[in-house]
Write a protein that binds this ligand. Structure first.
Ligand SMILES: *[C@@H]1O[C@H](CO)[C@@H](O)[C@H](O)[C@H]1NC(C)=O
Ligand SMILES: *[C@@H]1O[C@H](CO)[C@@H](O)[C@H](O)[C@H]1NC(C)=O
Ligand SMILES: [Cu+2]
Length: 185
């Protein structure tokens, strides 16, 4: 009985911890990946706290758009001549597995210039998970990162609340499971 219980708690804990770090973000939220409506993708990204393991979804009409992952230089100049990767399904799911900047734009002529571009930046220090270590050397901005205006960060929008809350719940669950184990072992 106790063994079954322990096993159950352990598996709940493992699932909870695994899911804690995997949020799914649809670029542009309900608007998706488009040139219509002047979506501010910079603003959209600024309200998110991207983590390793998160998934980014680009949803769009494949007739009119695409997704290219590019270098910072290409991103800045909207130069689509040699992308790192190109996605064209109209429902492109990209899992983030590295820290730092991930630059994307639409490679259809004129679209990047019109603002269909987004910088997914995965910070080394998680804002949500660990409030403390801001003095670690690895957290210092590199010259490339320093060019991104840090002041241009608006208050979190309601669209940000859902995944954050979800993550908090999962972490709480993991914490409770740990407490339970500590008492029962
Ligand atoms: C785009 O990038 C390529 C390769 O990096 C370069 O040869 C080309 O001149 C660039 N085009 C523009 C318009 O800057
Ligand atoms: C896009 O793919 C995701 C899974 O990767 C799926 O949940 C979603 O329904 C798809 N959307 C469309 C419009 O096909
Ligand atoms: Cu486009």
């Amino acid at each position: 009985m106790a063994l079954v219980e322990r096993g159950m708690v352990l598996s709940i804990m493992m699932v909870a911890m695994q899911i804690s770090y995997a949020a799914v973000y649809k670029v542009g939220d309900s608007a998706g990946w488009t040139t219509l409506g002047n979506i501010d993708y910079k603003k959209w990204a600024a309200t998110k706290n991207f983590q390793l393991g998160d998934t980014i979804i680009f949803e769009y009409s494949a007739k009119f758009h695409n997704v290219m992952r590019v270098t910072h230089a290409m991103y800045k100049s909207c130069n689509a001549s040699s992308p790192i990767a190109t996605f064209t399904t109209g429902n492109d799911t990209i899992k983030i597995t590295n820290h730092g900047h991930h630059f994307f734009f639409c490679g259809v002529p004129g679209h990047c210039q019109a603002g269909q571009k987004v910088d997914i930046n995965v910070l080394k220090v998680s804002v949500a998970a660990s409030p403390a270590p801001s003095s670690s050397p690895s957290a210092l901005a590199s010259p490339a990162e320093a060019t991104v205006p840090a002041s241009n960060v608006p208050a979190p929008s309601p669209s940000n609340a859902a995944p954050q809350k979800f993550i908090a719940l999962k972490m709480m669950l993991a914490f409770l499971a740990m407490q339970f184990l500590a008492v029962n072992f």
